[in-house]
Design a binder for this molecule. Sequence first.
Ligand code: UDP
Length: 460
Amino acid sequence: MEEEYKSKKDAHVLILPFPGLLGHMNPMLQLARRLVSKGIKATLVTTIFLSKSVTLSDPTGSICLETISDGFDQGGFAQAGSDEIYLSTFTSVGSQSLANLIKKLGETGQPLVAIIYDAFLPWALDVAKQFGLLTAVFFTQSCAVNSIYYHMSKGLLKLPIEEPNVSLPGLPVLKVSELPSLLYHYGSFPALFDMVVAQFSNIDEADWVLVNSFHHLEKEVIDWMSGIWKLGAIGPTIPSMFLDKRLENNKDYGIGLFKPDTRTCMNWLNSKPNGSVVYVSFGSLAVLGAEQMAEIAWGLKASNCYFLWVVRESEEPKLPENFKEEIREKCLIVGWCNQLEVLEHASLGCFFTHCGHNSVIEAMCLGVPMLGMPQVHDQATNAKYVEDVWGIGIRALADEKGIVGREIIKECINEVMEGEKGKEIKKNAIKWKNLAREAVDQGGSSDQKIDDFVAQLLCA
Ligand code: UDP
């Protein structure tokens, strides 16, 4: 098959993020944009089902969109009904469908030189190899988290974990509660566990391992990983207009799954003093219990700060009764917003976040101090880094029932907004904002890695 496929003229790359996960699709779209800016042709792949609802904002018009089937063209993940069924069907149907797409692109005069695939879709590497393509696996999580998962997958971190602390190369000592939740809830989510382990099943065959991080941010673990794979720390992959004021014309983030209420948010933020607003969001997936929602609500009220709270439609019924009326003066609740525009606004003083990797990276790039309240997956590890390694926020800790109480929330917000620790955090936030920008500026560490990668694409 490899021979048939040769006739590569343009450096055309296929980019395959895990469908439906915003925190995967958007960073990979931003990588596509960076590659396009360096003369590479990029095609982004989504599923047939998602292509009916996903809006791809591509002001340059240079990124093509193609589809493959995940086996659930009518209803996507909801049609599958479980992680197990979705992932196994996607592996078999997706492999065939991806091979058909690669063939089709070859036949229509747009042959590929490489595939950049989401680490959650390792079967894409096997398909790419059949066509002799260069392969790059893209990890959307931090290098620290990838290293933890790597050690777990190789049996170097024995589960269930019996020690109170874990020590791994290039990482600070981590308490068990600071590890990704799959490790301390060992056995609870078998399909997700298998997916995380499978990320490393064929990674040694990948030509590149790309990560949404930058050298200064995770120096020790990046250096350690570079000893194993050809590593490209190419982040932060946030849209360049949020990193460079000169590119201010277009503020579209990229892929939309929910509709942002941008005008309402901006009008409200514009009416607030600089540094006075707490932005509250727990990302696109987190599901909080009604008790926790009530504690957040009353904690926010007690802080006496202004706050903009993203409560997705499915979470809205959990807000305490009469809460909206009680806090009308101080608060705006929206179903979704353009997070980057909000984080960039001068009125922001603190981001109360679940510490999803993208949210942390975005807040860092825009210099916004954080209050972390991690929920699941990698968020506890990210929150640990935010507080103890980078010093750009603090964590609100849960009680023995797993609830973060209103008093703690109030105290933590006040600490970040006006406490002594808050002053230090603000200084560090500016430092990291500058370092993040330096990494992606021309000649910065991430920019150089992208150039190395592009050089290889051009001679593939
Ligand atoms: N986001 C957004 N509007 C919102 C909330 C979140 O645009 O109201 C975006 C945010 O900018 C980030 C992504 O959704 O890029 C969330 O990714 P993250 O990794 O932080 O969390 P996840 O949703 O994967 O838990």
